[in-house]
Each structure stands twice: as C-alpha cells, then as structure tokens.
Design a protein around this ligand. Structure first.
Ligand SMILES: [Zn+2]
Length: 878
C-alpha cells in the first residue's frame, strides 16, 4: 500500500527552507489511532482455507448484503468455538456444516460455539448471512445532488485490519486462503475481484452476477471488491490478461499512464527468476480512494489521481511509474510472500519501494535512480521522529507501522544490501527467498536466512544495524595531505549520538582521490567513532570523495574548500557527488564565483536533477546575479520538470521587477503547465502588485483538469489579499469540482481570520460525505485559530463514518484551537501527545513571536500540500 505522505511532501519543503515540515507531517500521520493494529501475529485456532463470498448492494442505504461460506480446518484439539473478526455487521444466520447454528456477537467478534469439542484436522463449513452499513472497509462513491453525473463506484480497502468491517472473517495476515467472489450488480456495471473471471450471468431485475475465482492463496487484507461504472482497456503479458479500469469517461487516460505495466511485469519476472504468479493483473482506478494504491492480489486498486490528463502527463518525467511499479512489486513481495505480522511490514513496503527504483534505473536510467535515492536519503535524515525507531519494531501502539522507515529507509537498506553483496548474489538470494516462502508468511529472519543459504554470505551484522537497530551514520569528514609521504590522511568521525537502538555503524565505503594524474579508488570500512585512513596520493588532491556515488544511507559534513566544491560540482562522475557539491555551494552567500559556477551547472549538467538542484541553490543564495542566471535559464526551454523548479526558485526574489514581470508572463502563457502553476504559486508568495489580477483571471479560465485554476486558488491564500474572499467562497461551494474546492477552502481558511462567517461556512463543509472536502475543512479550521469552530469539529468526531486517519487529525485541530492564543500552539502534540519528538530543537533560540510565525508558515505550507496528503499519492518526483 502507499499511504504515507511525508516522503512525498518533502521534496520541495527541504529546498524552500521548511525542513521541519516533514517531521510535522509525519507526526500528524502518525498521531494516535482509534485502534492500534495488532503488532504480533495471533496464535491460530483454525486454518481458514477458502471463502465463498457473495455480495449484493443496497445503493440507497449504502448497505452490503452478504452471504459468506468459510471452509476451515481446526488446528487445536478440544476447540469449542470458532471466532471471526466482525465489526458493526448485523449477523442474520449461521450454519455449521449446513445445520443451523447458534452464535454470539461482541463489538469486534462473531463467535460460533461448536456442538462438541473438535479435534485437530476436523473440517467445518461455516455459512454466514449478514448485512451492514460499514463505516470503513467498503466505500460507496455515488452521485448526489451536488455531483449528479459522477460514475457510481463501490470499492474496498482491507489493509491493514478493515476487511472485518464488511466481511466476517479471520482478519490478520498470518492465514492464507483461496476465494470465490460472487457479485450481483446492475447490468451496466463492471466488477473486479481477485483471480479469474469465470462467468457473468443474468440475475434478473436488471442485474448481473459476476463470478470471480482466485486459486492462489493469500491473506484476507488482500481481498478486493470493486464494482461500478468503469471503462476498461485490455492488454496482455505472456498470455496473461492485463486490464486497466478508469471511472467511466476517463478510459482514454489509461494507456498513457498505465501502458508500461507489461514491461514492468517482464522486468520483475526476469530479475526475481520467479514469474508473476497470479492468473491476471488488473489495475482499477477509483475516485476518492483512501490510499494512493493498494496491492490486492492480482487486482490492484489505485487512486484515480493517477489518471493524469493526457496534456499534463508528458510533463512528468517518470509519469505514474513509481505508483505502478510499487503496487506491481507487491504482487511478489506482499502478496505471494506476506509479512507474518505488522511489525515486519517492511518486508512488504521496503521491497515495493526498492522496486520502484529498480524499474526507474532500467527504464529511466541511472541518473534518475541516483537522484531519487539522493533525495530520499536527505528526506529520511530530516524526519526526526523516525530516527530512534528500528525498521523492525512491534511497539507501534501510539503510531502507525506504515512509517517512513518501513518505506523510504527500508527501500534504501535493500539498495545498500544489493550494492554490498553484488547484483548477482542479491537476486540469487531473492529468488531463493521467494521460492522457499512462496505462499507463506514471513518474518525478517526468513530473508537473512534465504540470502545466506543462497549466497553463503552472512548478512547478520548488516541486518542487525540496519533493520533491528535504529538511526544511521552521521559523518564528519576532513583530510590533510602529507607531501613527504604522498598520503591523504582522511579523518572520519561518526557523530550520531549512541543511545537506545542507535549504535556506531560499520559500513564499507569507496573513497576516490583525484590528483593531476587522474582518479584512484580505495575501499575502506568505517567502524569506529574516530578513524584516520592513510591513502596514497602522488600529489595534492583536486578532489576527495567519501562513499563515491552515494551508496550508503548517511549524512555527511565534509570540510572542503570552495575550490574543491567547485571542482567537484563540475568533475565528479556520479550524480550524488555533484549534487552534494551544489548543495554545499548553495550555502556560500555573496560570492560571484560560486554564483557563476551554479549558473553553469544549471545550464550544462547532463543530469536534470543536478540542474534543478542548482536552481534551488541560486534561489537560496538570492541577489541580482542569481536572479539573472535563473531568468536566463528560462530562455533555454529546459524540460518541464526543470523549468518548474527554476520558476519556483524565482519565487524567493522579493522586490525584483524583472522577476515579477517574468513570473507574470509565464503564469499567463507558457508551453509548460507545470511552469505556469509554479509561477502562479510564486506570485502569491511574492505578493507583487499585479498578482491578484493574474490569479483572478486564471481562476476564471479553463485548463486540463483545472490544473491552473487549482494553482491560482491555492496561491490566493499565500497572497493574503481579502479581495479574494468572494472568489474563494464561490469555488469552495458544493457542486464545484472537489479538487478546486479543497484548494479554495485551504486558502479561504487563511483570509480574514476574525470573520466568523467564513469559519461558519467552512464548518458547514464538515458534514459533507466527500473525504477530500472534509479533510481540507478540518485543516483550514485548525489553522484559522477561531475557536468558534470547536463544537462543529467535536460533533464531527462523534459521527460513525470517519476513516481511521481522520479522527486523530480532528483531535489535533481541536487541540490547536483550544490552546490559549499566546501559548505554544504546538500542533506536534495536539492529538493527545503521541510521544513523538519535535525536530525543531533550534526553536529554543527564537522568540515566541518568531516561533509562532514559523509554525504558522509551516501549517500553511502543510495545508497547501493537503491534496497529496489525503490522497496518499506519491507526487511525481521530478
Ligand atoms: Zn506499498
């Protein structure tokens, strides 16, 4: 699943000077939940082997009418009952081996007493008739008075423990079953479920019955049901059906966004030496999805946000491939081999994240993969709340196990493992792991054992520090040259605080020393807190690289002179080393030589990621020379994914007439929609004289998927001009497109903060069923600081249809509003103190007023990023 968002929200943040936002976002995501997932696998009383699930739907009532028959085998002598997970379902009848049976229900269980104590191996068929109006697990997206034309959709989201809300079942990963899914729906609908489509038959009264059968066992959280009005596009891979579905009317967007799926299936099948295991691969894109994507066995569900308009899609270098490769990768790592408990969720998510990079590397090239990995490392080191937690952990009662360690860090760790033991050995190990554990549930030691068995390489120390240990190495580096001995003395210090689960790291690293006679590479292993490595060098070095190419997850402060960074920015072969140099140069203010060099990098570096990083650096440095270089770069017509970064960088230049004019002109007309959107945002930040007119005109005009309108609406909040209130009220209103509404609501919340009518209007949106509108309104109210919104938020908290992330977020906003105005509006702990630490240690030096201002800014930024947050979608990284 993709559901975390801190990693997505970071790219821009870290460059625009709000590094703490990542931590803040992670804290909101990780706020206490209504019910924590069970960290350890349960002891089992029975083995659920097969479920035949027949569902009908009452659309008016948003009800599920179900009949499920479970076939199970007793695992424990003397068992006197069978218990299923079941929440909020009305159980109508139960039969046991076809005989009517008694049953009891509790808040979260259906219990069926057995007539006599059962023996190990005894088999039962348990048939359950039930109905329910589930609060989660299954979602009804239907037309209403405000949106009469939207395609009808019903879809499920099981992970982590939500299947029990629409199906009484064994709802924990450590059980595997085959399924039949029988769905009776209106005749014009399409359905998608796990496995093979066996038949579609007439069911009378304008209904049809779709019969799906999955013969490869998997866990109950991977069961999927999707039904509704969809367009379908068919493809194949090695004779296996590959199908894509879009909500009706958007089928033309499928090929451009999803067309590379078969090539990914081919790549992964070859790399793993284990072919794609399921009978088909479907990807269904649904509206208002509660996650970015979900890897249900053989039938992934993704957010329809991934159906990018054909006019916008070419502006994203890697398209939607991160999402698509992530969910596809899970079909092996997650579905075919499944974590036994949530404490080992990295075995699902770390692999899926790593496999995004594997696809990127092969299809988009090494520079792109290097750039993403370089960014991911920086982001991970900025998310302070992850630092002290190991990847494998079972103490997540107060936070989510789906955190940045399970995804980002674990993906990085797999990359390091591949680098350290070598590509061949790594994939030999994975093949063995997949073969031995195929159709089973695993814990972390199953992976290390499989690698050792296949390669005879002991990886225990690696697993110990990276997976069971926490933190990462923070290096401080420097060197001197001994011209008599012809030696570079490289001093390496590990500066991370050794405490809790964070220790000293033992890591191999390549050191490259370049002298006038060329580069030489040396392998060293760092293991102590202070070490000095003497390395041969014929003459004084021009460049010394530690961990050349960036193959270790680390932060490094290498003390170098300006001329060395300049040399490195031009001459280092690998992207990570050039990008590091650009970042170091970006910290040197008022230096024309540095500015000139960054300008050259912006024009000439072969990797777009380095060019874009140079644009960020020039934006940070500021001043007339830097703005001139950025403006000149806009004439070269670079790729949209660089151009929008150059435009964003220009948003830092206040009171520069040439910049304001250029931004205004790009906002109105440019070949790149992304550059135009970036210009609109920058205009709001700069608060220039013409900004309101330009933004207002943009809101009035159409663009693909309202792309520019949304950017202008968001920017009106930053601009802070009260003239925008009527326009924002108009675009916040029910009936307008949901995305435009969320943008308008965010901005509205930031204007006329003492106007109670605006507060009241935003509070009125809380009762709407639309998830994005609700989320935007909750945040807008929290950020507004008007305590009259508290009763409305408290009332919302009591409603029974909140998705699992929503309640803690509402609590956090209420807490913000209840803090006294001059106190510390410490949103970090708003949700009842989750024990997360703030990464804003430097705040102690700030005055209360500065601190408030900074926090307000962070929250505004967060509010602008709301869209990616609620969608849990990885926005394109370019
Ligand atoms: Zn995932």
């Amino acid at each position: 699943m993709i559901r975390e968002s801190y990693r997505n929200a970071n790219h821009h943040r870290s460059r625009t000077g709000f590094p703490a936002l990542a931590a803040l976002l992670a804290i909101f995501i990780a706020a206490p939940r209504l019910r924590g997932d069970e960290p350890y696998a349960r002891s089992r009383d029975y083995d659920l082997q097969h479920s035949k699930i027949a569902l009908r739907f009452d659309l008016d009532q948003k009800k599920v009418l179900g009949e499920v028959t479970h076939s199970l085998s007793i695992l424990r002598d003397g068992s006197t009952k069978i218990a299923f997970d079941s929440v909020g379902l009305n159980i109508q009848s139960v039969t046991l081996n076809k005989a009517s049976a008694k049953f009891e229900t509790s808040a979260d269980k259906l219990i069926i007493p057995l007539p006599a104590a059962a023996k190990t191996g005894e088999k039962f068929d348990v048939a359950i008739r039930y109905e329910g109006k589930p609060a989660k697990g299954i979602y009804f997206i239907l037309p209403d008075k405000d949106y009469p034309d939207r395609p009808k959709q019903i879809w499920t989201q099981g992970e982590s423990e939500d299947t029990r809300y629409y199906l009484p079942t064994y709802d924990y990963p450590n059980n595997r079953l085959t399924t039949e899914t029988i769905l009776t729906v209106p005749a014009s609908w399409i359905t998608v479920s796990n496995g093979k489509l066996i038949s579609v038959s007439d069911a009378g009264k304008g209904l049809k019955t779709w019969y799906w059968k999955e013969s490869v066992p998997s866990s109950t959280y991977l069961i999927t049901v999707v039904a509704g009005e969809f367009d379908e596009v068919k493809d194949t891979w090695r004779g296996i059906p590959v199908t894509y579905y879009a909500p009706k009317g958007r089928g033309d967007r499928l090929p451009i966004n999803y067309g590379r799926t078969p090539a990914m299936m081919e790549l992964f099948s070859k790399k793993f030496g284990v072919d794609y295991a399921w009978e088909k691969y479907a990807q269904v894109m649904v509206d208002e999805f509660v996650a970015g994507g979900m890897e249900n066995s053989s039938a992934t569900t993704n957010s329809s946000n991934s159906l990018v308009h054909p006019k916008l899609a070419p502006e994203y270098f890697t398209g939607q491939d991160d999402l698509i490769s992530h969910e596809l990768g899970h079909q092996w790592f997650g579905d075919l081999v499944t974590c036994k408990d949530w404490g080992d969720i990295w075995l699902n998510e770390g692999f899926a994240t790593f496999l995004e990079e594997v696809w990127t590397e092969v299809h988009f090239g090494k520079d792109q993969a290097d750039y993403e990995r370089w960014n991911n490392a920086r982001e991970w080191f900025e998310s302070g709340n992850l630092w002290k937690k190991p990847i494998v952990r079972h103490d997540f009662d107060d936070s989510s196990e789906f955190d940045g360690n399970a995804y980002n860090k674990a993906g990085w760790v797999l990359y390091m493992l591949r680098h350290q033991i070598g590509e061949d050995a790594f994939y030999r190990g994975l093949k063995h792991y997949l073969e031995v554990n195929r159709g089973k549930n695993v814990v972390t030691s199953d992976l290390s054992r499989a690698i050792e068995e296949a390669t005879h390489t002991n990886v225990d120390q690696f697993f110990s520090q990276w997976l069971y240990g926490a933190g990462g190495p923070k290096f401080e580096l420097g060197y001197s040259y001994d011209s008599e001995k012809h030696q570079v003395m490289l001093a390496v210090k590990q500066t991370q605080k050794v405490e809790g689960r964070v220790g000293l790291f033992r890591v191999p690293a390549e050191v490259e020393i370049t002298t006038a006679s060329g580069p030489k590479l040396y392998d060293i292993t760092v293991s102590k807190d202070h070490q000095t490595f003497p390395l041969p060098a014929e003459s004084a070095p021009l460049m010394v690289l530690f961990d050349k190419g960036g193959h270790v997850l680390k932060s490094a402060e290498f003390h170098k002179e300006k001329k060395e960074w300049l040399y490195q920015s031009k001459n280092a072969v690998d992207l990570a080393d050039r990008a590091d140099a650009v970042v170091a140069l970006g910290k040197m203010k008022n230096d024309e030589e540095v500015i000139g060099a960054l300008g050259e990098t912006l024009r000439n570096d072969k990797a777009w990621g380095v060019r874009a990083t140079a644009a960020d650096a020039l934006g940070q440095i500021g001043g007339a020379s830097a703005s001139k270089l950025l403006l000149a770069a806009l004439d070269s017509n670079d790729k949209p994914w660089v151009r929008n970064r150059v435009v964003s960088a220009l948003g830092n230049f206040k009171d520069d007439a040439a910049v304001a004019a250029k931004l205004n002109s790009i906002a109105k007309q440019d070949d790149s929609y992304r550059a135009r959107a970036a210009a609109l945002q920058a205009l709001g930040r700069l608060k220039g004289p013409n900004a309101f007119a330009t933004l207002e005109a943009t809101v009035a005009a159409d663009s693909p998927d309202d792309f520019l309108r949304k950017a202008a609406l968001r920017s009106l909040g930053s601009l802070g001009d009260d003239k925008a209130v009527p326009l924002l009220l108009q675009w916040s209103a029910a009936g307008k497109p949901l995305d435009s509404r969320t943008a308008a609501i965010n901005s509205l919340g930031r204007l006329q903060k003492d106007n109670k009518d605006i507060t009241k209007q935003i509070a009125a949106y809380l009762t709407e069923p639309h998830f994005p509108v609700r989320m935007a309104s909750i945040y807008a109210l929290g950020g507004r600081g008007d305590a009259t919104a508290v009763p409305a938020l408290e009332a919302l908290l009591k409603s029974d249809d909140l998705s699992i992330e929503m309640a803690p977020m509402i609590k956090a906003q209420i807490a913000r509003l209840k803090k006294p105005a001059n106190g510390k509006p410490d949103a970090n702990h708003g949700a009842g103190d989750s024990g997360e630490e703030s990464s804003e240690g430097s705040d102690e030096k700030l005055t209360t007023e500065q601190r408030l201002e900074k926090l307000e800014h962070l929250l505004q930024e967060m509010s602008e990023r709301l869209k990616s947050m609620e969608k849990r979608l990885p926005p394109p990284k370019q």
